[in-house]
Design a protein around this ligand. Structure first.
Ligand code: GTP
Ligand code: MG
Length: 197
């Protein structure tokens, strides 16, 4: 898919205030600092569409972007950031879960996982929660440029083994780098294929 247009639509913390539209939407979610906003900029080829930061906890709202006038891309706050207060964490959790429970036009969630790390309980638990709530999701292993190819392969194989301990099959997954644009075509083509189904 070619990105012809990408526009910011609205930010909010309430799922009932998300755009009143039937357009299919795709949400990007994962731990704080995993690279959600950077990936969105890379996918859309816009340097600063989504705000990024070296400090975790940058995205604190549900952000809708309209792509090619016919689908929404959604940047969500990161989960599992230790330094935000407990009440902020609870608020995040509430609206993230409300978003996935209520947003019927959400077609697929992309769960971002830092390719450098071993499987983390918080990600496993989150995917478990998605599964229990019948939310379709894929995995994107991010920051691949920070790893040597062999180490990357080893980590991803290990991740698959871990997933298969609790899942019948490995969800669809992609490998990405916001700096080298690895994964851009595959992820956009995947979205396009679902949109034209
Ligand atoms: P929150 O909004 O805080 O939850 O973070 P986020 O998941 O949106 O992460 P963000 O895109 O803001 O990126 C966090 C940091 O990681 C920034 O310093 C980015 O420049 C860096 N980063 C993100 N993706 C990549 C990547 O693919 N490669 C490299 N080398 N750095 C990356
Ligand atoms: Mg962000």
């Amino acid at each position: 898919m070619k990105i012809k247009s990408a526009e910011f639509v609205v930010s909010n913390t309430r799922v009932d205030q998300c755009p009143d539209s039937k357009l299919p939407e795709y949400a990007f979610i994962g731990r704080s600092n995993v690279g959600k906003s950077s990936l969105i900029n890379m996918l859309t080829g816009r340097k600063a569409l989504a705000k990024t930061s070296a400090k975790p906890g940058k995205t604190q709202l549900i952000n809708h972007f309209l792509i090619n006038k016919n689908w929404h891309l959604v940047d969500l706050p990161g989960y599992g950031y230790a330094k935000v207060s407990k009440s902020t964490k609870r608020t995040f959790q509430k609206f993230i879960t409300a978003y996935f429970e209520k947003r019927a036009q959400m077609v697929c969630a992309f769960v971002l996982i830092d390719s450098r790390h071993e499987p983390q309980p918080i990600d496993m638990e989150f995917m478990q929660w998605l599964g229990e709530h019948n939310v379709p999701f894929c995995i994107i292993f991010t920051k691949a440029d920070k790893m040597k190819p062999k180490a990357l392969e080893r980590n991803i194989n290990f991740y698959q083994e871990k997933m298969l301990e609790s899942w019948e099959e490995m969800p669809e997954f992609f490998i990405s780098s916001a700096t080298s644009k690895l994964g851009q075509e595959e992820i956009l083509d995947y979205i396009e294929a679902i949109n034209t189904e």
